[in-house]
Design a protein around this ligand. Sequence first.
Ligand SMILES: [Zn+2]
Length: 281
Amino acid sequence: MASLRNSFIIAASTIMLAACQTVWQPSSAPSSDTGVERLYVLDCGEGVAGDISRWSPGVNIGKPMDFVDSCYLIKHREAWLLWDTGVADAIATMPDGQRPADPRATHWRRPKTLAAQLEQLGLKPSEIKYVALSHSHPDHSGNLAMFQQSMLLVQKSEYDWPVATGPRFPPGLLVTQIEGDRDVFGDGSVTLLATPGHTPGHQSLLVKLRKTGAVLLSGDVVHFKENWDNRRVPDINFNKEQTTASMQRLADIMTKEKAQLWINHDKAQREGQRLSPNFYE
Ligand SMILES: [Zn+2]
């Protein structure tokens, strides 16, 4: 009886694991020769989107949805790299968070600051050599001013993108403007991928980990899994055709690299992930 029950549990958990893997982990291949030692997932904001049809035109009209905002800290054997900086740490001091001007957009809260999460790991912002940005929207670039001694890696077309409301980037930053893809450490372990569409110079990041295998950090090529599955393009995006092409590019890279797709704002996915100070290797 006990062994029957055990085999049921094993069978059930195998099915569950298989289901998880088809959704998020298409048989990721570990990479033994990578220079990446650790990848931390940081909580860079939590929010409620007022109306998710803003991201999926004509679908789920009026339906709110919880969002998360993620940053990812990478320890390469040569240097630290931070991917995105989240919503501004100042939001942590606002008792009711930051309400958006457009009620359909996201009402952000900051339960933990980026500064506190770096400090918990014993890191000062000045020790982060590279800050790479998926794009310049405030929920990704909110803490750039903290990194005056880091090198900002941003697409030239994002850096040059004019904005009506004032400077898109804080003054005084060290900036490398990138055109196209870039192998950051020259060993193929951390690669910036040009994925325009959400904004003119949007980029994604491919990270190869020793045990976890390849992980593709989406940026905002897609905001949550339902939109990925249905290839839906938000009407707020800069260019619809480019977005669709960038989604296809990520899908092709997932197949080629056997990579998992980690969607920055997808709450359900992040709830299944280990958050800093835990890490992936
Ligand atoms: Zn975003």
